[in-house]
Every structure is written in C-alpha cells, then in structure tokens.
Ligand binder design. Structure first.
Ligand code: SIN
Length: 252
C-alpha cells in the first residue's frame, strides 16, 4: 500500500475507531505485521495466553474454543493493553479459521459512553486515576496506573479508560467507593447504543483503537476459532512516527 492509502486508513481509524476489511484472503503473519507496522511501532512482547506466530513474534495466534481464551479474556468487556505501562494503540485482527456463524466480536465506543454522561460525572471521573494489572493471567507483573479519562490528542475527544478485565481499583479510594464507581463505569460499555458487531469470515481484518473502545468475544458456540493479531503502540509516544522501513526490519 502506498502512503496515501495508509493515511486514508489512519483517518478512518481516527474518525470511526473500528474499521472492517472483509475478504482480504490469506495474509501471512509477516505481511500482517508489516502492514500494522506502517501505523506505529509493533508491540513485540510475550503474552501469557496467546502464543507467538512461528513467523514473527509481532503476531500472536489467538486460539479459542467455546470457553474463550485461557482465563476469561474475551467474554468480558475489555481493552487490550491497559495493564501495560505503555498501552496498546491499534490491534489488527485477522480471522483465519472461524465458524460459519457465531463467535462475533462486539466493540463499544467509549467516547460515546463519555459523551453520554452528565457534565458533573464527566468532571468527577476526569479527576481520577485507576490501577490496572494482569491479575490471575500473570500475577508476577506489577500493576500500573492510568487516568480514568483519556483524551485523544488527535481529536481532543475524551473517553472512559477503565475495563472489567484489567482495572483493579481507583487510586486513593476505599474498596467500597472504588468498587461502586468502577461498577458504574464498566456498565457504560454494555449499552447497545454504543456498539458495533463484527461477524467474521475467513480473511476479514479488523483494525481498532484500543484506547477509545472496548471489545467482547461472544461465546455463543463451541467451535475452534483461530485469529492472528498484531498490535502497535501510538507513534506520538515515541517521538513521532518511526520510518516504516525500520519497523519492517524489527518485525522480521
Ligand atoms: C482480542 O481480545 O483481542 C480478540 C477478540 C476476538 O478474538 O474476538
């Protein structure tokens, strides 16, 4: 893809947060990683549940049966990366082997969820910080802190950045206070008005913004499902975009 096509996709992600490309055929993991690396630095780290693709550690193989991915990941609303110090920006997920129907993925627009709150609640949440961690998936990892409200520097829009999977506590509050506020904040992702639902076909690629959305894997069928996923970090955290050629070398 030329730079103009990448810029067009980037603008779609900025404006819509979830972008679906059906019918992309068989994209090998290295090509998926290279495509993802056009948008930001690839995240090449160990995952406690998902294995590295044999072709590149920048692509994880997500293999789920009817019970989801390992622990409870999938059938809990979550955002990938909030448990990391440097949070993930985009995920690139390609369907490799999916059932002929079912096992869809739901996405919730956490900017719309923020916009739906009263000004008083927006201001209150805007002053809070939350602790996130891997929990039982990797108890060895220390927890990290992120503001409860994230402001996207490109759009200046605000979103709610706590999720049921990885957020543990509001900093500086009693357990009872924290639990009540988090329960309310989590519930905002459940509202169908904020959702888009992706039905997968083999070859479909979906790109989404992890900071501004949450997602949920619907466990409506017992069926093996194999996906490839590459994730990238926000280029503006790393002093501007890294030249794509350097990223290509780093994912190979
Ligand atoms: C993910 O949680 O990143 C994957 C979601 C899915 O497989 O539908």
């Amino acid at each position: 893809m030329d730079d103009q096509a990448i810029d067009t996709i980037d603008a779609l992600i900025r404006d819509y947060k979830v972008v679906v490309f059906p019918g992309q055929g068989a994209v090998d993991p290295l090509a998926l990683a290279r495509f993802a690396a056009r948008f930001g630095a690839p995240e090449i780290v160990r995952h406690p549940i998902h294995t590295d693709s044999p072709e590149t550690p920048a692509v994880k193989v997500l293999h789920s049966d009817g019970r989801g991915y390992g622990g409870e990941i999938g059938d809990t609303w979550h955002t990938d990366g909030s448990q990391r110090e440097q949070t993930n920006w985009l995920s690139f997920l390609q369907a490799i082997d999916v059932p002929d129907y079912g096992r869809d993925t739901l996405f919730a627009d956490m900017e719309a969820a923020f916009d739906g709150l009263s000004e008083a609640t927006q201001t209150f949440l805007g002053g809070l910080t939350a602790m996130h961690s891997w929990g039982a998936d990797d108890p060895t990892k220390p927890s990290v802190e992120h503001p409860v409200i994230y402001t996207d520097p490109r759009t200046n829009r605000k979103c709610i950045y706590v999720n049921q999977q990885y957020t543990r506590k509001i900093v500086g509050m009693s357990t009872a206070e924290s639990e009540a506020i988090l329960k309310f904040a989590y519930s905002l992702a459940y509202k169908p008005e904020y959702h888009v639902r992706v039905s997968w076909q083999p070859g479909t690629i979906v790109i989404w913004d992890n900071q501004r959305t949450q997602h949920y894997l619907v466990q409506d069928r017992v069926h093996d499902r194999v996906m490839h996923r590459s994730m990238v970090l926000r280029p503006w955290d790393a002093n501007g975009p890294v030249p794509s050629v350097r990223m290509h070398e780093s994912v190979a």
